[in-house]
Design a protein around this ligand. Structure first.
Ligand code: 5GP
Length: 197
C-alpha cells in the first residue's frame, strides 16, 4: 500500500535491526485519515470472504481494526491484555509473549462476542514472530468460529511470523512488508533502500 509505505519512509524510525518505531502515526499518535485508508484497503482485500467479525488485540490493533470494521460493516472485538473487573467470566484466553515488551500476557475475549457462526478476520498493527497472531488464532479456534485470514499493517518479513502463519495455510494480507532494518535504513520488499530520518 503506497500511502503507508511513503508514511513509514517519512516518519518511521528504525530503533534497531529488529524494531521499527511508528508512534508518529500508528502506535501512539494516530493519523485517522491514514487509518481510514488502511481500513478501506483491508475491506477491499477481504470483501468476498463473508466476514462477520473482526478480532484484534489492544491497543495498537484497535485503530486499523475499527476502520476495517467500518468499511466491512461488522463489529470489532479486541482481546484484552489484563483482566478487567467487568470481564471476568465466560472468557476465551491464550498466552502471548510480547516481542517489544519481552513479557508474557494472558489475553482474553468474552465468549459472548465471538461465536461458532462467525467468520473472523484478525487484524494487528505488526507481524514479527507471530505470537500475537497465534494467540488470537487460538482464541478464534476455541470459539468454534471460522478464520478467514489475517490483515497486518506492517509485516517484518525478516522475522518468522509470516512464514509460520502461511505454513498453517492461513491467508495473510500485509499492507507494507519490510525486508530489513539496517543501520537506520528500512528496506521494503520489492523496493530500494530508503534512508530514515
Ligand atoms: P509478534 O507477536 O508477531 O512477535 O509481534 C507483534 C506484536 O508486537 C504487535 O502486536 C506489535 O504491537 C509488537 N511489535 C512487533 N514488532 C514491532 C516493531 O518493530 N515495532 C512496534 N512498534 N511494535 C512491534
Amino acid at each position: 500500500m503506497k500511502l503507508l509505505v511513503e508514511r513509514i519512509k517519512q516518519d518511521g524510525q528504525a530503533l534497531s535491526e529488529h524494531v521499527l518505531k511508528v508512534d508518529a502515526f500508528l502506535n501512539h499518535q494516530i493519523d485517522p485519515e491514514l487509518m481510514q485508508e488502511i481500513g478501506k484497503e483491508f475491506a477491499a482485500r477481504f470483501a468476498d470472504e463473508g466476514i462477520t467479525k473482526i478480532v484484534t488485540i489492544e491497543s495498537s490493533g484497535i485503530a486499523p481494526a475499527v476502520m476495517a470494521g467500518l468499511y466491512l460493516h461488522v463489529p470489532v472485538v479486541f482481546a484484552r491484555k489484563r483482566k478487567s473487573l467487568t470481564l471476568s467470566e465466560g472468557l476465551l484466553t491464550a498466552s502471548v509473549h510480547s516481542f517489544t515488551k519481552n513479557e508474557t500476557n494472558e489475553i482474553s475475549i468474552s465468549k459472548k462476542y465471538v461465536a461458532q457462526d462467525d467468520r473472523v478476520l484478525i487484524i494487528d498493527d505488526f507481524l514479527a514472530n507471530g505470537q500475537a497472531a497465534l494467540g488470537l488464532i487460538d482464541i478464534v479456534e476455541q470459539s468454534g468460529a471460522n478464520l478467514a485470514g489475517i490483515g497486518i499493517v506492517i509485516e517484518k518479513s525478516f522475522q518468522d511470523g509470516a512464514a509460520k502463519l502461511k505454513e498453517l495455510g492461513i491467508r495473510v494480507e500485509s499492507l507494507a512488508q519490510i525486508e530489513a532494518l539496517e543501520g537506520g535504513k528500512v528496506l521494503f520488499k520489492n523496493d530500494k533502500v530508503e534512508e530514515l530520518v
